[in-house]
Design a protein around this ligand. Structure first.
Ligand code: ZN
Length: 382
């Protein structure tokens, strides 16, 4: 058994770092099923890195599915983000944003690299908007996804970042969306990306933000967790300054927009390290308390979404959670999530078999909540 009391920071190698035990089940991102009854996370006082305390445990979770049939059988990327009235996918939103950025930068024939491209959804969306693109390169460590990736020019697929050609800083935009937290060699990967980014190019790094979305601390298959301090420091070591993306543009993810030509941001000071763990753990504790105090009446609760937030609420509710509600599902269709049915709201309200809908870290005023209230839902916020 690994001695967790002597955990070392995986980024700056300060030792010992404080180890936090998570008192809740931890999940894997493939289907948000539990992979362990608890997890261990370190937060480095020196550089602000938040990472799994034991990379071997995380690697064991990955080993089970990353290159297996289960991973390939997962539904292709259809991450749905909150829209102003209708469901919208994350790749479409990202492609819109990148297209605007390229137009404002005067880049007519862009070269774009997508790190963790999976089936190429984002690059397809970009091609639809920028048919004059010179190179649309996808990298994914799983070579089996190449079968889904477009074959024609200007698309290129690489299963190794080292095989992406271009010694001369070839990419105008590099995006790493929800991929680098699964990379145990993150510092080395960022060094490669710095060499692939053109001098005035833009690197977009996205991860779940554990300060805004505390349940994402419970991902048992992430090596790294999203807080700005150490990521900013990592980029700066390669001469790349970064700034935080806005919630309006990118939703509640942590987004760092980084470029060698960007003026240094307020995040660039090496002395500014904000401890995040105490407030995140307190927030999870408070949510768990509220979930446990929901009234015991009726058939049981449905939880909104198929995310870490939903998995956390379901884990706390135990057998009082009887299913999930997901606006992104087509009418009349249901899916299994953590072994329970997930269905679109209309189907749930036809059946009327629920004690109410739980919004874990949801906002009763956001457009999705307002649409659920329109159906006459009993909503419970945590
Ligand atoms: Zn550190």
């Amino acid at each position: 058994m690994t001695d967790l009391s002597s955990a070392e920071c995986k980024f700056c190698h300060t030792s010992p770092c404080r180890v936090w035990k998570l008192r809740w089940p931890v999940f894997r991102h493939l289907d948000f099923t539990d992979v362990a009854a608890s997890g261990y996370v370190i937060e480095c006082d020196a550089c602000g890195a938040v990472a799994a305390a034991d990379f071997d445990r995380v690697a064991a979770v990955h080993h089970g599915f990353l290159h297996g049939a289960e991973y390939l059988a997962a539904a292709p990327t259809a991450h749905v983000v909150r829209g102003g009235g209708s469901a919208d996918t994350r790749p479409a939103r990202q492609a819109d944003w990148i297209t605007r950025h390229l137009a404002e930068s005067g880049v007519a024939n862009p070269r774009v690299l997508d790190v963790g491209c999976f089936d190429g959804a984002l690059l397809r969306e970009l091609f639809a908007r920028c048919p004059a693109a010179l190179r649309l390169v996808g990298f994914d460590p799983n070579p089996d996804v190449a079968g889904w990736f477009p074959k024609e020019q200007p698309f290129e697929f690489h299963a190794s970042l080292a095989s992406v050609e271009g010694d001369n800083h070839p990419f105008d935009v590099i995006i790493a969306s929800h991929s680098l937290m699964y990379d145990c060699h993150l510092p080395e990967t960022v060094a490669i990306l710095a060499k692939l980014l053109s001098w005035n190019g833009l690197l977009i790094l996205m991860m779940p933000d554990i300060a805004r979305n505390p349940p994402y601390l419970l991902m048992g298959d992430q090596y790294w967790f999203g807080v700005p301090e150490y990521l900013t420091r990592m980029l700066r070591q390669h001469g790349i300054a970064s700034t935080l993306g806005s919630v309006e543009d990118w939703g509640h993810d942590l987004v760092l927009l980084a470029s060698a030509t960007m003026p240094p941001s307020r995040l660039a000071s090496p002395d500014l390290v904000t401890p995040h763990m105490p407030s995140i753990l307190a927030s999870l504790d408070e949510s768990a308390r509220r979930l446990r105090s929901l009234p015991s009446r009726g058939p049981g609760y449905h939880v909104l979404g198929r995310t870490a937030n939903a998995a956390f609420a379901a884990a706390i509710l135990g057998d009082r959670c009887i299913g999930f509600v997901d606006e992104a599902l087509p009418q009349g269709q249901s899916r299994l999530f953590r072994g329970l049915p997930a269905m679109p709201p209309a189907n749930l309200f036809e059946s009327r078999h629920t004690s109410g809908i739980v919004l874990c870290y949801g906002d009763r005023n956001d457009p999705m909540s307002r649409r659920l209230l329109h159906y006459g839902a009993a909503l419970f916020s945590t």
